[in-house]
Design a protein around this ligand. Sequence first.
Ligand SMILES: [Fe+2]
Ligand SMILES: [Fe+2]
Length: 163
Amino acid sequence: MLRVNQAGEYGATRIYAGQLAVLNPSSPAAKLVARMAGQEQRHLARFDALMAERRGRPTVLQPLWRTAGFALGAATALMSERAAMACTDAVETEIDRHYLAQLDELGEDDPELAADIAEFRDEELEHRDSARAAGSEQTIGYPLLSEAIRAGCRAAISLTKRF
Ligand SMILES: [Fe+2]
Ligand SMILES: [Fe+2]
């Protein structure tokens, strides 16, 4: 679980780094992305710490997520500000499902980890809702873009579970 979560939060920081490299820094979209990116940094730092504490093995796919995350963020931001929001909307929708499944699987087994996951999940849902409030669903081609990104997230999760 920690391997996937650490990789996912790392990927999130890379997506937002890609978007921030493209978006006009004074735009409302850039300010929203910067705020969300700060929360992803905090999520990542927490999973980094747990990983070290529990001597887990990080994914070997980190270099891939480094590049793919940045590329996804930059590409969507180049399409439009709304497409950048559609990216967050899609990613957080999958992350919500992923964290919810983990909470279900953990049950009462690991309250420390479950508390972190529950807290982060709330913030991911906030990100999703902020992206929708900023017009993600009005992106041209939204259903297709959204489904493609969601499929990419699911593939990334299942690859990271294995490697
Ligand atoms: Fe996060
Ligand atoms: Fe997030």
